[in-house]
Design a protein around this ligand. Structure first.
Ligand code: ADP
Ligand code: MG
Length: 622
């Protein structure tokens, strides 16, 4: 079209499209759920806007918040239409031409090597999956604030936008027309589409309707000369008995002639039943349903199942229903930019209406790895997002969500046979169900352990609960993870404090002179080898009435009867050391009972940074 404005795709988008259009990836099905998911998002947006301004919905068909799928078998076009918020011309240019989310290039790279597209939706580029099945795509869109436009592209590095003067007016919303490639003919099959919607879009909260064909038999007056038609008629009634047919013929002789023909009619067929899983009783929802719900929430369609979930109903002053999931894996950028990324992955609904998935008031930052949803009847519906954000009920909701989340994590550990101290229990033949739970906490710890540590640092109220979830290796744990409770249960009767040491690696720490004496005396020492552990230990002062003692710091007390004697006899030497090293080099020189073979060590003062912390701080200022 001459009037069309032409644009080039952002280089990254172009590269992604190239890969998609040339992809031999076998699971091309995913494009449909991405389009349905976008349609659902657009419907959520207009429904949210309508809460405070009814006018935006318009009237007539425009008020029907639904998704429609239509096929044109002759022209090989599959179209998906929604009555959502729509896109202005500028939206079309920006949303379908550039990539907003960071990390996309990492995804493109990974996709190129692994060919795995399952996570495409998580990277904010789901739309482009249309080029797995189509070589030409038109997006027709009408936003309340603009005219109707057509965006089109053949995935050749460029796209065009024109004012739409030839299609039927949409009223409001978006219609996406996929001109399917020859190899993608299967998507013109209604059964296939029904199956896909069932499989991937079951939890969409808007009706998904398919313009479905239906064969109906119809009596029509028979023409005079229709030997061919007669054959068709007899075919459709071939199951009938010969005799009956004869009788019918005989009757036909008397009556004016009619015949039965098959006719194809079309009507909208609803493909999903829009049951909200969180409104159902947890007892009635199957594991399979929770798994599927997780995948649709997380836009993660890999085979991995969530590690755990918690579905509950909070009653009292603030009523809400919630489902929380622990994902199977940490997202690629969970800790990369911890202090400036989007916080929560929770969707907030008020009385079944989606409000936002960017409400950071629902969960503290350290729990931002959880996926889930909250639906509250207590929050008001017709107020702005900003006002809702300040609503006092949110504090109560947050408190309960944290409690439930920590309970869920604790249970993950409790149900894990690897987590018990009881060796017999750990080693007995387990039923297959228990086997599945074996090692699940270690898996959790690998993916999200850092979040628990960040929680200890940030959440003073739940510090003790979080400390219970802490895992680490020790001088005696034999390469396995252990907990503070287990450590305490093994403590010697003479031991008052919990001993730990910090450093870059276990291997390095094992050689530390600070451990010599403790090892000899059979004390267990915790290894903290993550840089965050240094910060952690500034916040974690005690656990179950036991203090933490860094064994490389001043204050380590081991029962030793000879110390007093030694102190006396080496008084002269220590004094000489002190004066020789002067006060700005060392604070004090003392007789130690922490060493066995090494003659002397430098320790840091109780309140100062540990040597490892010095190192971390030093590397950060460089
Ligand atoms: P994401 O959905 O993660 O943002 P997509 O690639 O699927 O990424 O879509 C890109 C953007 O295009 C969306 O964020 C949205 O702004 C816009 N968009 C896509 N489909 C529609 C639609 N049916 N109605 C309105 N906007 C849409
Ligand atoms: Mg999308």
């Amino acid at each position: 079209r001459a009037s069309a404005e032409k644009f080039e795709f952002q280089a990254e988008v172009s590269r992604l499209m190239d890969i998609l259009i040339n992809s031999l990836y076998s699971n091309k099905d995913i494009f449909l759920r991405e389009l349905i998911s976008n349609a659902s998002d657009a419907l959520d947006k207009i429904r949210f806007l309508a809460l405070t301004d009814k006018e935006v919905l318009g009237e007539g068909d425009n008020t029907k918040l639904e998704i429609q799928i239509k096929l044109d078998k002759e022209k090989k076009i599959l179209s998906i239409r929604d009555r959502g918020v729509g896109m202005t011309k500028e939206d079309l240019r920006k949303n379908l031409g550039t990539i907003a989310k960071s990390g996309t290039s990492a995804f493109v790279e990974k996709m190129q090597t692994s060919g795995d597209l399952n996570l495409i939706g998580q990277f904010g580029v789901g739309f482009y999956s249309v080029y797995l099945v189509a070589d030409y795509v038109e997006v027709i869109s009408k936003h309340n604030d603009d005219k109707q436009y057509v965006w089109e592209s053949k995935a050749d590095g460029a796209f065009a936008i024109s004012e739409d003067t030839w299609n039927e007016p949409l009223g409001r919303g978006t219609e996406i027309r996929l001109h399917l490639r020859d190899e993608a003919g299967e998507y013109l099959d209604e059964l296939k589409l029904k199956e896909l919607v069932k499989k991937y879009s079951e939890f969409i909260n808007f009706p998904i309707n398919l313009w479905a064909s239906k064969e109906v038999e119809k009596e029509v007056p028979a023409d005079e000369d229709e030997s061919i038609d007669e054959e068709e008629t007899s075919e459709s009634s071939s199951s009938e008995e010969e005799g009956e047919e004869d009788a019918e013929k005989a009757e036909d002789e008397k009556k004016p002639k009619t015949k039965t023909v098959k006719e194809t009619t079309y009507e909208w067929e609803l493909l999903n039943d829009m049951k909200a899983i969180w409104l159902r009783s947890p007892k009635e929802v199957t594991d399979e349903e929770y798994n599927k719900f997780y995948h649709s929430l997380a836009k993660d369609f890999s085979e991995d199942k969530p590690m755990a979930w918690s579905h509950f109903n909070a009653e009292g002053d603030v009523e809400f229903k919630a489902v929380l999931f622990i994902p199977p894996k940490a997202p690629h950028d969970l800790y990369e930019s911890y202090y400036n990324t989007k916080q929560s992955n929770l969707k907030l609904y008020v009385r079944r209406v989606f409000i936002s998935d960017e409400f950071n008031e629902l969960l503290p930052k350290y729990l931002n790895f959880l996926m889930g949803l909250v639906d509250s009847d207590t929050l008001p519906l017709n107020v702005s997002r900003e006002m809702l954000q300040q609503h006092s009920s949110l504090k109560t909701i947050k408190k309960k969500l944290i409690r439930k989340a920590l309970d869920m994590i604790r249970k993950l550990a409790e149900e894990d046979p690897d987590e018990t101290n009881d060796k017999e229990k750990r080693d007995v033949e387990e039923s297959s169900e228990e086997n599945e739970k074996k090692g699940q906490y270690a898996k959790f710890w690998n993916e999200f352990g850092k979040s628990i540590k960040l929680g200890i640092i940030e959440d003073a109220t739940n510090r003790n609960r979080l400390a219970k979830l802490l895992r680490f290796e020790t001088t005696k744990s034999d390469g396995k993870l252990t907990s503070l409770d287990q450590y305490i249960s093994r403590m010697k009767s003479s031991q008052k404090d919990i001993f730990y040491i910090t450093g870059a690696s276990k291997e390095q720490l094992e050689k530390s002179p600070f451990l010599e004496r403790l090892n000899k005396k059979d004390y267990e020492v915790i290894f903290f080898t993550d840089p965050v552990d240094e910060y952690l230990m500034q916040y974690l002062m005690d656990y179950e009435d036991k203090k933490f003692q860094n064994v490389s710091k001043e204050g380590l007390k081991l029962k030793d009867s000879k110390t007093k004697e030694l102190k006396e006899s080496f008084k002269g030497l220590t004094k000489w050391w002190k004066t020789t090293l002067a006060s700005d080099n060392v604070e004090d020189v003392k007789i130690s009972n922490r060493l066995a073979d090494t003659p002397c060590v430098v320790v840091t003062s109780k309140y100062g940074w540990s040597a490892y912390m010095e190192k971390i701080m030093h590397s950060q200022t460089l």
